[in-house]
Write a protein that binds this ligand. Structure first.
Ligand SMILES: [Zn+2]
Ligand SMILES: [Zn+2]
Length: 466
């Protein structure tokens, strides 16, 4: 966010970005003059540029058609109601320029290859691992691949996140010109961003870095294919189901990034977005609506290169969203069992604090509790007696997610980051397993507590009896 009172602070202006748009590809190509064999370098560049530029256009065209047919409903774009159609021609030009920059980077390791010098790619697995690791080469390589995925994800996430800061946003703005992107926008980034994103290609010329070509080639291709899917503007049900389970980004989420500008910065995985709370999975409906409304009026929170005063942008967002605040008057609720000793011990400690934060606690052991009443979402089919159920922003939560949302609402400063961290792989799995064991194996066998609190319905019953 912009710090006020420092007029000399560095910021890339739109004029800088416009000059760099053509200066970077020219400089990247001219860098070949510094090579030991310029003729060979430029020959390699010509082959790489032709292959990459034409190849990505053909693949984008094929995927654009395939995703249209595989989408559900068929051919229905994610932003079909509210946005102008994609800018196919501008996207294709942008992606082609990016591929030219990629070719300029790849020309360096390719020159070594042409000269017969060793590079990072190896034909056999044994060559790809250090000598000491050869007895357990597959395991070593698997661990190296995992480290590389995490490293590449961190590299691209922090690149993207930094480019959304007001100081650098002018460089990234050209990609966000594609508010409602198509597959052709996949690589349509500013050439300076292309240089930053793909700079690690230079490492392919380092013989010490062992990359087993038959595995690493398809692996790189799969992430290029993912980038095409992220931008296609369609949701393919099988991919939308499978990718989140592998902590991989999806078309729906990256489309949200193009739509909202302040969420889903991950370009490969979702780990950093969950950790930083920039994954809309942790957002309430009002926040999503507020950001969408802010973007509609050209005042997205991140687009501060256009609106330098963050406070003014936020105020504008609030102003356009009075309607969604008014709609959002139903309190969030937690359903708990006062007859359970463990639940009683926990909730009795936090109930007052929760109520101060407008959280409602509904006791399912009360005689007048009826899950089928209209005010509870799908209450009839929900096992309130077994699971910890909540209702947050009109959406039902079950189990660990209810605890996350409950504590995030009661203690926003501490609870919200803890909730984000608890969604990370490993931590989330451990929390789910612990919760499941308690809810399904331990709690049903605990002795029941005598419920001291009598409700109006139970009072009426008593009066009848006397
Ligand atoms: Zn994008
Ligand atoms: Zn972005």
């Amino acid at each position: 966010m912009a710090k006020k009172g420092r007029s000399s602070s560095f910021r890339v202006t739109q004029a800088h970005a416009d000059v760099l748009y053509w200066a970077v590809p020219v400089a990247a190509a001219a860098s070949g003059l510094l090579s030991s064999a310029p003729a060979l370098w430029f020959g390699g560049l010509a082959r790489l540029a032709a292959g990459l530029c034409a190849g990505q256009l053909v693949l984008a065209a094929l995927w654009e058609v395939a995703s249209f047919h595989l989408a559900a409903p068929r051919g229905q774009r994610l932003q079909h109601r509210k946005s102008a159609p994609p800018l196919y021609a501008q996207e294709a030009v942008g992606s082609t320029l990016c591929m030219f920059v990629v070719a300029c980077l790849a020309a360096w390791p390719y020159l070594r290859y042409q000269q017969g010098l060793p590079i990072a790619f190896k034909a056999t697995l044994a060559e790809a691992v250090p000598e000491a690791a050869r007895p357990y080469a597959p395991l070593f390589y698997l661990a190296q691949m995992a480290a590389m995925v995490l490293g590449a994800d961190a590299w691209t996430f922090w690149k993207h996140y930094s480019l959304h800061s007001p100081r650098l946003y002018a460089v990234h703005k050209s990609h966000h010109a594609f508010h409602n992107p198509s597959t052709f926008a996949g690589f349509a980034i500013h050439p300076l961003e292309a240089l930053w994103t793909f700079a690690p290609i230079l490492l392919m010329g380092a013989p010490a870095l062992g990359l087993y070509a038959p595995v690493h080639g398809p692996f790189l291709a799969s992430f290029a294919a993912l980038n095409l899917y992220l931008h296609c503007g369609y949701a393919i049900p099988l991919l939308e189901w499978a990718l989140p389970r592998l902590w991989v980004n999806t078309s729906v989420w990256h489309n949200k990034h193009h739509e909202l500008s302040v969420a889903h910065f991950g370009e490969m995985l979702t780990l950093w977005d969950y950790a930083l709370g920039t994954h809309t999975g942790g957002w309430d409906a009002a926040r999503v609506a507020q950001q969408a409304a802010a973007v509609e009026v050209g005042k997205s929170g991140m687009d501060e290169a256009a609106a330098p005063d963050a406070a003014a942008a936020a105020a504008a967002a609030d102003a356009v969203c009075t309607a969604c605040d008014a709609e959002n008057t139903v309190p969030n609720r937690v359903f708990w069992d006062a007859a359970c000793h463990a639940c009683y011990a926990e909730i009795s400690m936090i109930q007052k604090l929760g109520e101060k934060q407008d959280l409602e606690f509904v006791d399912i052991s009360a005689p007048d509790f009826d899950a089928r009443k209209d005010q509870y979402i799908d209450g009839a089919t929900t096992p309130y007696a077994v699971e910890m159920i909540g209702e947050f922003d009109g959406v039902q939560t079950v189990g660990v997610e209810t605890f996350r949302r409950m504590y995030a609402q009661i203690f926003p400063r501490v609870g919200t980051p803890i909730a984000s961290v608890s969604r990370l792989p490993g931590i989330a799995h451990a929390a789910e397993a612990g919760y499941w064991m308690f809810a399904h194996l331990i709690r049903p066998n605990l002795p029941k507590r005598r419920v001291a609190v009598c409700t109006a319905a139970c009072d009426a019953k008593k009066q009848k009896q006397t």
